[in-house]
Design a protein around this ligand. Structure first.
Ligand SMILES: C[S@@+](CC[C@H](N)C(=O)[O-])C[C@H]1O[C@@H](n2cnc3c(N)ncnc32)[C@H](O)[C@@H]1O
Length: 218
């Protein structure tokens, strides 16, 4: 899967992952991170998610990174916000009050870009990548983030042979494999979402769970 895959999804508005409202898991479980008053949250692969708005209202600073210029521009347009925009070598940077979105490739980020961020919100980001890229993504985030980070991670888990992703299936065992060396892992919720996932059911998926994990650095 290369970056063109995502540019095409956005160009054709094939963005079934996008929710028109804030993700209910974020509202319900964000407090489990026990965010400090000056919490700063990093949102990798943020799309045009409304979750950015909610996080900006509930934390001191939010930074997202998103490949698609269309996604970033739609985000500001649809939320009636006018950002300042700076063109850099690696990214175009969109800023509005306490929210910053880098438009560019996550793999181009350096630790300096996100060093001040202790919390990570990952909804539909790890599961956006096939297995080999997931390993690379986990490694990249480990390299970027300083010690003592916490993450809220939302995954989907279904028989992978029944559908080609994205979203890709990430089982609780795989979450352990990626993160147990560095994080205490707690599953906060597991929900059967098959009935509400009509487009996946239509593709022949027989079982689909969504899991919410709290990862706390050891
Ligand atoms: C499944 S969507 C999830 C978006 C968002 N987290 C949400 O909940 O709506 C994955 C997003 O990651 C973006 N993306 C994919 N690869 C990327 C990369 N290497 N760097 C930055 N963004 C990327 C895609 O354009 C897409 O918007």
């Amino acid at each position: 899967m290369d970056t063109n895959f995502w540019h095409e999804r956005w160009a054709k508005s094939e963005i079934g992952f996008h929710l028109n409202d804030v993700n209910p898991y974020l509202i319900e479980h964000f407090a489990a991170l026990k965010p400090k008053a000056n919490a700063a949250v990093f949102v990798p692969l943020c799309g045009k998610s409304k979750d950015l708005i909610w996080l900006a209202e509930h934390t001191e600073k939010v930074i997202g990174i998103e490949l698609s210029k269309k996604a970033v521009e739609d985000f500001f347009k649809e939320n009636k916000l006018t950002p300042s925009i700076t063109q850099g070598e690696r990214f175009s940077t969109y800023r509005y009050e306490n929210l910053t979105i880098f438009c560019g490739d996550l793999f181009e980020l350096t630790a300096n870009d996100v060093a001040a961020y202790q919390l990570v919100y990952d909804r539909a980001s790890l599961i956006a990548f096939p297995a080999d890229m997931r390993a690379r993504y986990v490694e990249k985030l480990n390299e970027l983030l300083p010690n003592k980070t916490q993450r809220l991670l939302v995954t989907v888990d279904y028989p992978q042979h029944e559908m080609s992703g994205p979203p890709f299936s990430v089982t609780p065992d795989e979450v352990q494999q990626h993160f147990s060396a560095r994080y205490e892992i707690q599953c906060l919720a597991s929900e059967d979402i098959l009935e509400q996932s009509k487009r996946f059911k239509a593709k022949g998926v027989s079982r689909m769970l969504e899991h919410v994990f709290l990862l706390t650095e050891k």
